[in-house]
Every structure is written in C-alpha cells, then in structure tokens.
Design a protein around this ligand. Sequence first.
Ligand code: ADP
Length: 654
Amino acid sequence: MAKGNIGVTSNNIFPVIKKFLYSDHEIFLRELISNAVDATQKLKTLASVGEVKGELGDTKVRVIIDKNKKTLTVQDHGIGMTAEEVDKYINQIAFSGAEEFIGKYKDKAEAIIGHFGLGFYSSFMVSDKVEIFSLSYKDDAKAVHWSCSGDPEYTMEDTIKADRGTDVVLHINSEFEQYLEDATIEGLLGKYCKFLPVEIVFGKKKEWKDGKQVETDEDNVINDIQPAWTRKPADLTEEDYKNFYHKLYPTQFDEPLFHIHLNVDYPFHLTGILYFPRIKRNLDVHRNKIQLYCNQVFVTDEVENIVPEYLTLLHGVIDSPDIPLNVSRSYLQSDNNVKKISSHITKKVADKLAELYKNDKDDFCKKWDDIKLFIQFGMLSDEKFYERAVGFALLKNLQGEYFTLDEYKDKVKDSQTDKDGNLVLLYAQDADSSYAYIERAKQKGYDVLLMDGELDVHAMSQAEQKNEKLRFVRVDSDTIENIIRKEDTLKDNYTNEQKEGMRKAMEACLPESDKLRYYVNCEAAAADALPVFLTQNEFMRRMKEMSQHQQGMSFYGNMPDQFNIVINTSHPLVQELMSKMTSEEVEEVVEKPAENTDGKTDEKVQETVKKTVYTLSGEDERLHQLLDIALLASGQLKGEALAKFVNRSVSLLG
Ligand code: ADP
C-alpha cells in the first residue's frame, strides 16, 4: 500500500472547505456526476476514433445509496484511471487547485458561496471519508483503490475491479445524512442533472400495483440526454418546443407565446431556447427563471446580473461552455464573454420579434398585450433594444386597433395637430371612468389610445423625448378644446370680475381634504359639455405615477392629488347663475410702486381703486349641486358631502 500527502501545504483545508461552503454543499453531487459524465464521453470519443476496441457495454452513470453503510456512490463506466493518473489528477492537480482557490477567497466567504465548481474535492464537504475504485480502459491496466479521510493523508493500493470505470464512494458525515435519503437525491438530480448527455440512473422505475408502488426491473433514468436545445431546429416541431418548456418548468401550466432557438458558433459557443411567457402585470414575479447550463450541466438560474434585467422576464435555457462554471457571480458580470453573450441575446430577441411582426402582423397584435411589458421594459432600459424595437412596438386604441408609433402619427396628424404644430396623442387609462371625456374627443373626430399598462407612462415620456413636437395627453386632463388648441378657441363675454365672483362662490362650496387639492377656474368650454367638470394636469399626474416605480421621485409621490374644477361659461346653466349674481362697487386700497424717474427706488404708495365685486347668493344651492355632480362623476364625492348632496337633490326637486 502506498501512502502519501496530497499536494497541499496546509493541514486545515478540509475544515475550511466545509465551513465556507456550508450553504451550497449540495453541489458535490453535480461535480461528481459531471466527472463521471466526462469520463464516459471521453470513452465514447476514444471509441469513435478506434482507440478503444470492442463493445462499450453499459455506459450509464449510477447513483447508489447504501443506507446501512451510510455511503453514496457515483459509478461510471468511462475511461477510468490508472494509479499514476489518480496520483496526478486527484492527489496533485485537484487538490492544488483547491488550495489555490481557498487561498484566494479565504476572506470573502460571500463571494464564493454561490456559483463555482470545486471539482472532486467538494465531496469532502459532506463526507468523513472518500474512496475511489477505478479501472482504466487501457490494456493491462490494474485496478486502483484510493482512500482519504479528509486530511492531507491518503492511501493508494491495487485492488480487484471487474469492469472498466470509476466508483467514487462517499462515507457521508452524520451531519449530512439527508444525502442518504432518496427524496433529497432525487431533488438534486432533478435540479442539476436533468439534461446531462449521458444517462444517469437512480434506482429502479416504480409502478402502481394493487394500490402500492413497487419497483420494476427497469433502470430509473432521470435525465433527457438530448434536450431540445441541443437538437437542430429543423428536427423539432412546435409540439417538441412546448413539451420541452413543460419539462423545464413542471409547475407551469400556461403555454409560452413563442420561442427563440439560439445557436451561435462564433465568437463564442452558445445554444439555447428562450420562451416568451405571458407576462402578467407585476414586474417582480420571476417564478420561472432562465436556466444557465454549461455543456448540459445546470449552473444557475440566477441570471439577473448576467443578462439585462428585462431579459430575465423570459423563460428558457442558455447553454455555453464559454460561461465559466467555476467562478463567483461578481466575476461573471465583468467577464467579456458574458457581456458578449448578453448583447447577442438582446439582438436575437429583437430580430425574432421583428420577424414575427413582419411575417404575421395579426398574430403579433394578438400577442401584443402579453409581451408589451417586456418590450417596453427593454426599450426603457436598453437604448440598442429601443432602436430595434421601435419598428414593432405597438400602440392600441380604444377600438382595439394596433399601430406602430409612426403609423399612428400618420393616422391622426391631420386632425390632432394643434395650432402650434404639436401633434397631440390622446389616451385614456380607464375607458369607463373617462367615458364622458372620451365621447367629447370622439365627437371632434379624434382618436383615443388605451394606456393602461404598468410602464405606459414611462413609455410615453420616452416617445416624447425621442419625437419632437409629440405630446401624449390624457383625455380628461383638460377640456378637449384646451388639449388640442385650434385657431378658433372659444371665448365668453364675461368680465374678469364676474368670473372672479363665480370662482369665489365655488370655492366656498369645496370639500376639505388633505389628499386632494382643487383649483377653480371659469372657462368657455363647449356648450354641450357639462356645466362643471374636473380635469387633472397631465404633467403632475404623470410625475406622481412615475414616482411609484422610481426612486428619488418621492417628492411627487407625496404631493396631494391636484384637480382643476372647470366652470363652463358656455353652458346655459352657468350662464343663468352668472346672471343671478349681484354686484356692488367697492373701494379697495392697493399698494403700488411709486412712480419715479430713475426706476430704481422701490418706494411704494397707497392708492384707492374702485372695483366691482360680484357675489352669488348663498341661498342659491345650484352651484353647489353642479360641483357635487362633477365630483360624483369623478368618484370623489364621499361621506358627509355625499349625504348632503343626496338631501339637497331631494329638496331641489321639491
Ligand atoms: P475537473 O473535473 O474540474 O478537472 P476534478 O477535481 O473534479 O476537476 O477532477 C480532476 C481530474 O480527475 C479530472 O480532470 C479527471 O481527469 C480526473 N477524474 C475525476 N473523476 C474522474 C472519473 N470519474 N473518471 C475518470 N477521471 C476522473
């Protein structure tokens, strides 16, 4: 028997591994199975070039639990190792790699707890002792038995082994006995090994017999060795893509909308399939994530920092041998290959969308509502994606028709350009609550868009920045005549004093609220518009809405909601009330800057001016009634004010 010290200088490497990797110790299984798969693939390659002769026999990798002996074995029938190879690959290379790694990351536990492979020695995280039994494929090879109990000392001796390949036997530490449970191992195999290219067997298939589950003779193969992304698109049907989607996400019942098959050879290797799911309202829900693989080995599904955030809304797999497996996430972000991969995916996704739009507009429009959030998110966060997407990003009007921005501008430019040359695009966020305003716009021959999406407000602001003289205005933000001003604006013949009197009378009727603020003004709107109605300033409202998504905008978010109360002086009822106002002449003392020759001194003089003051008798409750109707129409009449309105209505009828 040979004894030796594995190639490390420090004695305490194993406690360090165990301590550092506590949260991620389960990856040992992925590492051992990857090694077994590699050894099997290498054997197949050698056989294909004639270096291994004869039948290969069973090449499955097996994971075997022995509860009595408390061992977990990963068994392969790959190329195996000779004693010299064990010495070289296990005693020297593997462990020196480990030491270097630990030396580098000793002080940054968080940086390494994450995503990397520790290779063979990660098995010591969960074991008291690890043994290797191996027989090389080489002619006249002798089987070798290696054993190590988690200190730098190992033993190595000849042994007897019938078939080619390697058994790695872990004597599981009592703290980690969960790895002797079938359910735990099944879970881990499902997570890491579902798509490995060599069959992985765990126990026997079970079937129901007489109301009980019994084992059959058939091996329980847990993986799909040729997952859809590794096959040629031409060989796959729509059905295959959908089936694969459900295999990836067994708990997802919705069908994906469409998919993109990625296949890149240059300047890096990458394959994969991305799916567009129906993206529901809430941006934060990432229940199913894109899974990252390296040669069919699952690496991570935390791709947030690897691909742009909006791409994380997609589902599917990305497989690239160029994505480093053995590194931490912070390293991934700055890796050049990873950056290239991300920009490539962005381009592919945009190209695919453009193609879908071009080939079947109707179908694209049908899917638009479900992918809109994704596309807007992409356009807002990635300038390149914006440029690509502007040709297929759509606007939807209240009739349910879809247009690109350019198409829509063409459609409305003749009717909705104001006297200053601004093109005004009207929109509603809720067709029901803005009903009256929408009707007035339609009467004018205008079109109204529906902008009820979570990112619409941001998307509109972006479009305004990119398009000169383009404005989006919510249809109830002002009178339609004011929103799109034409040369022939309406006027009334009332004096400022009369309007002031009406304004004051209205202010006396306003409800008090901390959360709402009202501003009153008199305006000549259309004669068939309501006598009194509410409007809401576009800019302020939008800032408030945007502040919900954006940090640093809480200033707007904390402001009370502001509304304008418009008294429509074109309406006969208002005109009637105007005529009921009484006037009196008053003298008022005002301060005026003193007239002087040099214009510099700021002396003031007092002057008495005559003024006509108009008042509406408090007895006349009709103005209050008109206000309450306007508030009611906007859903803002509540509590005591509502009760008073009801009573007043009854008495006015009587
Ligand atoms: P890595 O797999 O990253 O190279 P490991 O520490 O896991 O590092 O393994 C070191 C080396 O030991 C492998 O490169 C391989 O040559 C050899 N090896 C490990 N496991 C096996 C196995 N099951 N069959 C044959 N060779 C193996």
